[in-house]
Design a protein around this ligand. Structure first.
Ligand code: 5GP
Ligand code: ZN
Length: 113
């Protein structure tokens, strides 16, 4: 999608600090980190949210999960981490290209607010 920020990152039109990449998934650093390690994992193909992705291609959704938890910065974090898919306006989603937040490096609180 031409007017999608994360599609522009996938296309290389907007720079990003990439930490992992496959032919179908990209993991990069959040520009405004909410934890010492704050990564975003996205499918390169455009889907609006995790519901649309998992409905359209459950295998890709599974591979996205597998990729994000295999990122060394996260998988090496034996003390724990948090995976978040903000979904829709009330869910706090501001970029309408499905992305998993991977947060690590500090104590997470619950409920998240
Ligand atoms: P959401 O609010 O949709 O769950 O998450 C969107 C995330 O994208 C936010 O955490 C925000 O900091 C991040 N973000 C917004 N613009 C950019 C950008 O241009 N580059 C990167 N790397 N992250 C961005
Ligand atoms: Zn997109």
């Amino acid at each position: 999608m031409s007017d999608c920020l994360f599609c522009s990152i996938v296309a290389g039109d907007i720079p990003a600090d990439k930490v992992a990449e496959t032919d179908e998934v990209l993991v990069f650093r959040d520009i405004d980190p909410k934890a010492p390690s704050h990564l975003l994992a996205i499918p390169k193909e455009h889907y609006v949210n995790v519901a649309e992705l998992s409905e359209a291609d459950a295998d890709l959704a599974g591979r996205l999960l597998a990729t994000l938890t295999s990122v060394s910065e996260i998988s090496g974090n034996t003390e724990g981490y948090r995976v978040v898919f903000n979904t829709g306006q009330l869910g706090g989603q501001t970029v309408d290209h499905v992305h998993a937040h991977l947060l690590a490096g500090r104590q997470m609180t619950w409920p998240p607010g």
